[in-house]
Ligand binder design. Structure first.
Ligand SMILES: Cc1cc2nc3c(=O)[nH]c(=O)nc-3n(C[C@H](O)[C@H](O)[C@H](O)COP(=O)(O)OP(=O)(O)OC[C@H]3O[C@@H](n4cnc5c(N)ncnc54)[C@H](O)[C@@H]3O)c2cc1C
Length: 403
């Protein structure tokens, strides 16, 4: 029988690659995770600018794979209220109480999630983690996948998972077709302090130049994600610190009082990406390598974590003791169908919000503003929106389902 070095190689030890490995930690598969970066570390002296909003489904998954308790010993911040408004005067507020929950989600630095996931898989003999590893190429044949590293080492497996983010080398090497479009916006991210903070409350304002979010952090400060049209973003980046703080406080309608920058200001170009297929032969994509959506509702990593959960579920369908070839066309097809049915509509919903609230027509702005205020008074649609945002709607993998 042909020998393989591993059953599954995962390229990319971000939240998605690590969550997939953690969900497979009790299987019989021998798994290798490779990452070009360093072993993630938690630094309690400063905040990581890459912050994620994790919904309730992601919390359930991270709890089931043993990472949630590790995260709580570091830094997580829950919120039970989201205040949303727009430039036309529309307002809506979402409360955890409205769906009988204690909170709507958590704001967590990306480094807290990855460090905690590494802790959850350390000690499992079937999983090997290697950092600072540089991929040279990936070759795919009928019976195996082979990765060739920069030092010419060759490692083979039955299945390769590309969880290597938006600029995925795996996706490019195999030649997956992708649709990419630009939002013509940059996301400005920073940590700010507010003179009038509100406990456990996230804020989102839809400006005509793009959405601005305030995500509450554990120490009472906020992480901001300001998605601004490219030319406006360039102007904002050129302001003095005081000039930026004034623009930010005014953009938020002084809802949080005066805002003060307490970190560097960083920015990312925003784009949308969707792979036509999530697998090709023995190579499968998960997370940002397969799809990137607008960050306006903080859904990106939540979708990626559900990819990880679904992929682990379809591969372990025969039970933990069984160990079929992890490459089976029908299983990977099931994974693709299952995840596309959630990822594609979510991307369109985000685009709809972005398009509508940035539309130059006063009429559309007014209708949307009125829609927010009206929905705020309607219990059922509002509860459904909250459940959707919390990840409680749709066909969830069992590991992310609450009992
Ligand atoms: C401004 C902004 C704000 C956001 N806010 C939110 C939010 O609030 N909530 C949310 O859910 N999502 C948010 N997102 C999206 C979220 O950050 C991503 O969806 C998420 O990080 C994707 O995780 P991933 O594991 O797929 O990829 P990544 O986090 O990008 O991880 C990829 C990993 O692969 C490694 N890698 C890359 N190339 C190689 C290679 N060639 N070989 C080996 N390793 C490699 C990298 O080192 C990295 O560790 C935001 C995105 C942006 C741009």
């Amino acid at each position: 029988m042909t020998r393989f070095d591993f059953d599954i190689i995962i390229v990319g030890a971000g939240s998605v690659g690590l969550a997939f490995a953690a969900a497979m930690r009790e299987s019989n598969y021998r798994i290798l995770i490779l990452d070009s970066g360093d072993l993630p570390r938690f630094d309690d002296s400063s905040y990581d600018l890459r912050v994620n909003t994790l919904n309730l489904a992601s919390e359930t998954l991270l709890n089931a794979v043993g990472a949630w308790s590790n995260m709580q010993t570091k830094r997580v911040s829950s919120f039970d209220r989201i205040k949303v408004w727009d430039s036309a005067g529309g307002r809506i507020q979402f409360l955890a109480d409205e769906i009988g929950e204690q909170h709507l989600g958590h704001v967590v630095e990306a480094g807290v999630v990855t460090t905690s996931l590494v802790e959850a898989i350390e000690g499992y003999a079937n999983i090997e983690l290697r950092f600072d590893i540089h991929l040279q190429s990936v070759t795919l044949s009928e019976d195996r996948v082979e990765v060739i590293l920069a030092n010419n080492e060759r490692i083979s497996s039955l299945l390769l998972v590309g969880a290597d983010g938006g600029n995925s080398t795996v996706r490019e090497s195999i030649g997956f077709n992708v649709s990419i479009s630009s939002y013509d916006q940059r996301a400005l991210v920073a940590q700010v302090e507010a003179s009038e903070p509100a406990r456990q409350t996230a804020f989102q304002v839809f400006l005509p130049t793009g959405p601005l979010a305030f995500l509450p952090l554990a120490d009472g400060s906020y992480s901001i994600v300001w998605s601004a049209e490219t030319s406006f973003a360039a102007q904002l980046m050129q302001l003095t610190e005081t000039g930026f703080e004034q623009q930010l406080s005014a953009a938020a309608d002084y809802e949080l009082g005066d805002l003060r920058l307490i970190s560097q200001l960083a920015s990312f170009q925003l784009r949308k990406l969707e792979a036509d297929n999530y697998f090709s032969g023995r190579v499968v994509l998960a997370g940002d390598s397969a799809h990137i959506i607008h960050p306006l509702a903080g859904m990106g990593v939540n979708l990626g974590l559900m990819d990880a959960a679904v992929l682990s579920e379809v591969l372990q369908e025969g039970g933990l003791e069984s160990k079929p070839d992890p490459f089976q066309d029908s299983r990977l097809r099931q994974y693709q169908r299952w995840r596309k049915s959630s990822n594609v509509p979510t991307a369109y919903i985000m685009d709809g919000f972005d398009w509508g609230f940035r539309h130059p027509s006063k009429l559309i702005q007014t209708v949307l503003g009125a829609g927010l205020t009206l929905t705020n008074r309607m219990d059922f649609p509002k509860q459904e929106i909250i459940r959707f945002a919390c990840g409680l709607r749709g066909d969830l993998p069992s590991i992310a389902r609450r009992v």
